[in-house]
Design a protein around this ligand. Structure first.
Ligand code: PPS
Length: 308
């Protein structure tokens, strides 16, 4: 099962929404579902979310979590290689090796299939802390790794990714409209500040590691050491170096194991892969306004980001 590679056709309500009657359409056609008060994509369904919340993680399971467009696929590849001695399997793809319980789309797993998978299993999630897999780090035996990215680059990356996708109702709003929606928590996975701070405020828990995208780009070896220490493995220098080479942006973009070529909707997924591409999108006025929002919303949290 985990070695499979199949073409993942575009998201389709008829196949994936499961409860299409509760889908909503907002401004500029933006499609979503409300789940426990959170704006989520149509493929995050009530049944799958309930299963994910009640799911019993094994102590060596790993769940990586992020707000969308924060470098989670990059992190998934790094985690996979750390847990597999730097080797990609001959068959299957990165995405086929990951288990995304809250979602009906891309390699959904039945409870029986999950039970049969060998440890350590790697789970993907984009949920906020209060809706985390297995009850979250304070209630689950599993291990969690959260990756956060500066909200300016997230907003831009998310805008380019989300436009014209079937799961967003082929949203056709302007960049200015998107920035306003995101700032007010009306995009899928809700308010960026609540999401990141929810995880950040629990970072002292022993089974939660909090990473930043910009730190990975600036000092990969140091962040890789944090990751291997957290995961309790001890790769040799050659393997660590190999992991760094294989997970570079340009390497992942062309690597058939990691680049998600099998997913039709992911054309253009590897867009810029750097810090600061927001400068090409924000006007000076939008930057001043959003910087002020960031300062207010992160005040007192001791959480900050690099923007260049
Ligand atoms: S998703 O769809 O929410 O799961 O997206 P996610 O993987 O979290 O984030 C996508 C952004 O991460 C960039 N990316 C990388 N950056 C640096 N190095 C590597 N290896 C890498 N792989 C993916 C990807 O290009 C998206 O950012 P933008 O700014 O759009 O380029």
């Amino acid at each position: 099962m985990a070695g499979e590679t199949r073409r993942i056709a575009a998201y389709d309500d008829a196949l994936h929404a499961e409860n299409p009657e509760d889908l909503r359409t907002g401004e500029c056609g933006y499609k979503y579902r409300l789940l426990d008060g959170l704006v989520v994509p149509p493929y995050v369904t009530p049944g799958r979310y309930a299963h994910a919340r009640a799911f019993e993680m094994r102590p060596d399971d790993v769940c990586y979590v992020s707000y969308p467009k924060s470098g989670s696929t990059w992190l998934a590849h790094i985690i996979f290689l750390i847990l597999h001695d730097g080797e990609s399997p001959a068959e299957g793809t990165l995405r086929s090796q990951l288990h995304w319980l809250e979602s009906s789309w891309t390699y959904p797993r039945s409870p029986d299939e999950l039970e049969q998978l060998p440890s350590p299993r790697i789970f993907k999630s984009h949920m906020p802390y209060r809706m985390a897999l297995g009850g979250g780090p304070d209630r689950s035996r599993g291990r969690f790794i959260y990756i956060a990215r500066n909200p300016k680059d997230v907003a831009v990356s998310y805008y380019h990714f989300e436009r014209a996708k079937a799961w967003s109702g082929h949203y056709d709003g302007s960049w200015a409209h998107w920035l306003e929606m995101l700032t007010n928590g009306r995009v899928q996975r809700g308010d960026w500040f609540d999401h990141v701070l929810g995880w950040w405020n629990s970072r002292q828990l022993g089974n939660l590691l909090f990473l930043k995208y910009e730190d990975l780009l600036r000092d990969f070896p140091a962040q890789l050491r944090r990751l291997v220490g957290f995961l309790g493995v001890d790769p040799d220098e050659r393997t660590l170096d190999k992991i760094e080479q294989l997970t570079r942006f340009d390497a992942m973009k062309t690597d058939r194991f990691a680049n998600m070529h099998e997913i039709e909707d992911f054309e253009g997924f590897f867009r810029e892969g750097r810090v600061g591409s927001w400068r090409d999108q924000f006007t000076a006025q939008q930057d001043a306004w959003f910087s002020q929002v960031i300062a207010e919303r992160l005040a007192g949290s001791r959480l900050d980001f690099d923007y260049e």
